[in-house]
Design a protein around this ligand. Structure first.
Ligand SMILES: C[S@@+](CC[C@H](N)C(=O)[O-])C[C@H]1O[C@@H](n2cnc3c(N)ncnc32)[C@H](O)[C@@H]1O
Length: 375
């Protein structure tokens, strides 16, 4: 893939831009196998590849510039805003929203936030596209100063983007590099974006994580479901469940499935999907994955973990190692923390693994592995 922003050195986020795609995937496989070490009884499936462009379902655009001429993109190393609205990682349906949103910023007179002067209102525009092409737009603002104007002009935005379903404001009053704040104000009647994957309707509310690459996420959930169906456990925990992707794929009514997640909005999203699918042997709870496991007083047949980049950490690894859980599906976006966690669970051995290229043009990837307790 070729990128004019990369060539002009305006954006270097895609560090592998220009490398042939097959070489990228081979490089990631080598990296991952090296980290997981020599394991004669580990069987690798062929990697799940991605479209090379247009694969990101979410845009996190820093807004800089002026009300009259806002820039949507990133801030470079010198603190200068760079407009990236033609970034090839976004599908056409997402990209086509950027000029409309820029016009909206002007019409509603929302002053872009100036990081150096600590002045202005609009920090980010977060835009998500569902597999059906529907959209969620979130305005990350410093204060409520612009909220009434956003409300007033909202009908124009909804008219210009007919697939726009959810619009919200997130308040991030602090001057720090955190993307979003705790308070969310939903401005539309609909507060959830429907994400249909593998024929399963999932709900995504603002402030909830969703895997970046919809096609590859669908393959990841299919892989986990295939392993679970083959092993037929009667009880499953989905730790770090987010909006419930793994749990919803594994809950077929024949087993008890519990999802645990710290984000209350994600759990509400997951619960909506559960209710709609009428799955009675599935439940989602807000909580810390480790605290839940340690305090549950019972153990399931199989545990799925899909933690953030830091991994599951020593305490949960120790608990899994000492438990009677025989099978763990560990899906990781950071093979370095995965390797460290595996080293802390020597009795749970990786038997199958698969790399999923969730993030083409970068060094990042997802890897899912099935661990089985050594006899
Ligand atoms: C990589 S995401 C995976 C989400 C989900 N499994 C999916 O497929 O979309 C990690 C999730 O872990 C949640 N999380 C972070 N720390 C946690 C913790 N200590 N306990 C439970 N969940 C946590 C995050 O909010 C996020 O939703």
């Amino acid at each position: 893939m070729q990128c004019s922003y990369f060539d002009a050195e305006r954006c270097r986020s895609c560090t592998w831009m220009g490398q042939p795609y097959a070489a990228q995937v081979a490089g990631k496989e080598e990296h991952c196998r090296h980290l997981l070490g020599e394991r004669p009884d580990l069987v690798w499936s062929s990697a799940v590849t991605s479209a090379e462009q247009g694969f990101r379902n979410k845009a996190k655009m820093v807004v800089t510039g002026s009300v009259e001429d806002p820039a949507l993109g990133i801030v470079d190393a010198d603190g200068v805003g760079v407009d990236l609205r033609d970034c090839g990682l976004y599908p056409e349906g997402l990209r086509s929203t950027f000029p409309v949103l820029a016009e909206f910023v002007t019409a509603a007179a929302i002053q872009p936030y100036d990081i150096v002067r600590r002045a202005g209102e609009l920090k980010y525009l977060l835009v998500t596209q569902s597999p059906d092409g529907e959209l969620m737009v979130r305005f990350v603002l410093r204060s409520q100063e612009a909220v009434a104007r956003i409300r007033k002009h909202l009908p124009v935005l909804l008219g210009a983007l007919p697939l726009l379903r959810v619009v919200s404001v997130n308040l991030q009053p602090e001057h720090k590099a955190v993307l979003e704040g705790e308070r969310e104000i939903v401005l539309t009647a609909q507060d959830t974006l429907r994400m249909r994957l593998n024929g399963i309707d999932m709900h995504l509310r603002p402030q909830s994580f969703f895997q970046t690459n919809t096609e590859v996420a669908a393959a990841l959930y299919r892989q986990a479901r295939d392993w679970v169906d083959e092993l037929a456990p009667s009880s499953v925990w989905d730790l770090y469940c987010g909006v419930g992707g793994f749990a919803l794929h594994c809950a077929d009514g024949s087993r008890d499935v519990t999802g645990i997640e710290t984000s209350a909005e994600a759990v509400t999203s997951a619960e909506t999907s559960r209710r709609e699918a009428d799955l009675t042997r599935l439940d989602f709870r807000v909580g810390d994955a480790t605290a839940f496991a340690v305090g549950a007083g019972r153990e399931p047949d199989l545990v799925i973990v899909n933690p953030p980049r830091r991994g599951i950490g020593p305490e949960l690894s120790r608990w899994l190692e000492g438990s009677s859980v025989d099978r763990v599906i560990y899906s990781s976006c950071n093979a370095t923390s995965l390797a460290r966690d595996l080293a802390a669970m020597p009795s749970l051995r990786p038997r199958r693994a698969r790399l999923l290229d969730m993030f083409p043009q970068t060094t990042h990837y997802e890897v899912v592995t099935l661990l089985e307790r050594a006899a």
